[in-house]
Design a protein around this ligand. Structure first.
Ligand SMILES: Nc1c(N[C@@H]2O[C@H](COP(=O)(O)O)[C@@H](O)[C@H]2O)[nH]c(=O)[nH]c1=O
Length: 283
């Protein structure tokens, strides 16, 4: 972690007959890719095995040889890919190449995490910890791990403050996906938030806004039915990691929360316990 930039962090595990026979990770730009280390570790056991790779195998000869060729030469039976490589020189061509070579390829779904805060006596709270958004703060660091955050429109006034404060040359702020199921916030209010990040507002069709319109940098998407699938498909071309922040108006988010469970997209729940005590019926 933290050593691979400008390359991503990638891990690979080779599994045969239910046992891990090889594993590897990409340690640093310029050094071999995760698959190369894992295949070397597995040796002849890689034949007819399944390779699990967190990123689509590269299909180009860059600083290192192509991983698709390495997997084909090792006679892998199946490759499970965590996410499509957003790098335009790879972007799905690695998957097609493996499939053309007769390898069974499975691609993962977006990685969805839920974040919420609770009191010590177990009530949901509508706030974060005091210095959570400062440099080094819990939420500021958490944001570094995600490509997008889903937020309730009732947090519109706070949007400008919801960004990672970590000092890094390669830091990219997550896209802010704002869900307005109840349509209480008019477009100008959100536009005035001026976050400096990319904002996409999802509204129901009864709101006065045309789909695809952009107000002060905020893109509007009008959907009759706001659900997790439609949001992820509209905002992201590839399978990214998304954080669902449960603060604000729960009504905006409950459908997405349910979709996350039912579609088995929700893979991680981050609960922050704040040093507070609340009355049971507070929220
Ligand atoms: N690190 C990594 C991949 N990284 C992909 O390869 C690009 C860098 O290529 P190169 O300059 O040759 O290292 C990087 O931008 C990303 O698209 N791919 C993989 O199959 N496995 C790996 O472990």
């Amino acid at each position: 972690m933290g050593c691979t930039s400008p390359n991503p962090m990638v891990g690979c595990v080779i599994v045969k007959d239910g046992k891990i026979v090889g594993q590897g990770f990409h340690p640093k730009a310029g050094q071999p890719h995760a698959e190369a280390f894992a295949l070397q570790d597995a040796g002849e056991l890689a034949e007819n095995a399944t390779a699990y790779v967190s990123l689509e195998p590269c299909n180009h000869y860059g600083r290192t040889p192509s991983c698709t060729e390495a997997l084909i030469n090792a006679k892998e039976k199946r490759v499970v890919v965590g996410m499509v490589d957003p790098n335009p020189i790879v972007s799905s061509s690695g998957i097609s190449h493996l499939k053309d070579a007769g390898i069974d390829v499975t691609v993962g779904k977006p990685f969805l995490s839920l974040w919420c805060s609770i009191s010590v006596n177990g009530c949901f709270l509508d706030k974060m910890g005091e210095r959570d958004l400062d440099t080094g703060g819990y939420y500021s660091k958490l944001l570094q791990e995600y490509d997008a955050i889903i937020l309730s429109s009732s947090l519109a006034d706070e949007l400008s403050s919801i960004s990672s404060q970590e000092e890094s040359d390669v830091l990219i702020q997550p896209i802010q996906i704002v869900v307005a199921s109840n349509a209480q916030h008019s477009p100008p209010i959100l536009a005035s938030s001026n976050t400096g990040t990319k904002d996409v507002l999802f509204t129901k069709n009864e709101l006065v806004a045309d789909s695809g319109t952009s107000y002060g940098g905020v893109e509007f998407v009008v959907l009759e039915d706001i659900n997790l699938d439609s949001i992820l498909v509209t905002v992201m071309a590839v399978d990214y990691s998304v954080l669902l922040d449960l603060r604000g108006n729960i009504k905006d988010l409950e459908v997405l929360f349910r979709d996350g469970f039912e579609q088995r997209l929700l893979q991680k729940i981050v609960v922050e316990v704040l040093p507070e005590w609340c009355a049971r019926d507070e929220r």
